[in-house]
Design a binder for this molecule. Structure first.
Ligand code: BEZ
Length: 213
């Protein structure tokens, strides 16, 4: 078991998936990614989650984000369950699901929390940047399905920070003003943020979202 912290390089692994063997770092290439675990195949909340992710594929693609799911069930189970997901969620699963029967990846990413369940993975989420560094981790219990709109919101925020040196304030949503990060000096602002800025306090400088027309 290892603890994975923000800024760490996402540990590499090789695993079987519904789309063939994956060497994680090769699979990532130079794209962003989400690696997320679910407790088990043929369970109700997981069925809705994987269906939801399939429907969001275009949104992940738009953000240059690949998606891969994982549970400790086997490949045959995943492949049969996908038929149920497609049927009941009215979609087509369009991303790989890792079959982690020996729990190798689950242990590497600390996805089994024994005081919750000592066999099954919790609902872990890892957002990984194009530099292969872990940008975000979230953990949900088995009983709570994830909010994938929130995940898209967080990815938008992470990418704004990576590409434009802005942070996002409380309850920010796409289109709202952003915070200029403290590492940017006042002298640098006009060239970096031509849309202008407002200095609410010397440490709180707001600017319109830089990547919008
Ligand atoms: C579910 O996906 O519905 C689920 C899985 C494990 C425990 C509770 C719920």
């Amino acid at each position: 078991m290892s603890t994975i912290r923000l800024g760490d390089i996402a540990p590499n692994f090789t695993a079987q998936s519904t789309e063939g063997e994956i060497n994680f770092h090769e699979w990532l290439g130079d794209r962003w990614a989400i690696l997320f675990s679910h407790p088990a195949d043929y369970t109700p909340v997981c069925t809705t989650e994987l269906g939801a992710v399939a429907k969001y594929k275009a949104e992940f693609d738009k953000r240059n984000v690949k998606v891969v799911a994982l549970s400790v069930d086997g490949l045959d189970s995943h492949k049969e369950w996908i038929k149920d997901i497609n049927e009941t969620q009215n979609t087509t699963v369009n991303f790989p699901i890792i079959a982690d029967e020996d729990r190798k990846v689950a242990m590497l990413y600390d996805m089994i929390h024994p005081n919750a369940d000592n066999q099954l993975t919790v609902r872990s989420v890892f957002v990984i940047g194009s530099d292969k560094k872990v940008k975000l981790t979230i953990t949900y219990p088995a009983s709570t399905g994830r909010n994938f709109d929130e995940l898209l919101r967080v990815i938008d925020s992470l990418q704004l920070t990576a590409y434009y040196k802005v942070a996002t304030p409380a309850n920010w949503n796409n289109g709202d003003d952003c915070v200029i990060v403290p590492a940017v000096s006042n002298e640098e602002i006009p060239a970096m943020f031509p849309k202008g800025h407002t200095e609410v306090k010397p440490y709180l400088r707001m600017t319109p979202q830089p990547n919008l027309d």
